[in-house]
Design a protein around this ligand. Sequence first.
Ligand code: IMP
Length: 172
Amino acid sequence: MSATVTPLISATDIQARIHALAADIRRDNPDADLHFIGVLKGSVFFMADLLRAMSGTVTMDFIAVSSYSGTKTTGEVRMLKDVDRGLQDRHVIVVEDIVDTGLTLHYLQDLLRARGPKSLRCACLLSKPSRRKIEVPVDYIGFEIEDRFVVGYGLDFDEHYRHLPFIGTLTV
Ligand code: IMP
């Protein structure tokens, strides 16, 4: 693949921000058993680092949805894998790599809210506010970025670049 990745957010800055987010989440839910649901596959590294930075009781599960092909949104959200456990009376935190148009998170929030959690909050490592097609509440945001296609730290272009420890912009 002949593309260039230009560093945007360093591995050190990502880790520092994640530790701050973990502290914010625990501060807002001081005594709660928190149930984190990572959205596959983009959230895997964020989920792993966020949970290891959390204090108190936490559990984890994963859900998989697909809405993208290449760098263009299809606008259609599909469920690929459901969560393993019920959400009744749990304090749920959805963990997403990036909120772009908002369609994926909106779909997930509707789906998960219908399962009766005690609370439902969302943590997204990245947000591109200028791209929003639908307003979705995001409780914890790592970094707001401009309208650029980014890869690394879980984010892919056709399944490439997820393994990079930093986030960069992709020029194809
Ligand atoms: P949304 O439904 O438009 O908010 O898109 C959410 C999903 O699109 C994310 O979970 C990513 O998988 C993907 N996505 C959006 N922007 C980017 C990007 O810049 N790089 C890689 N994936 C992206």
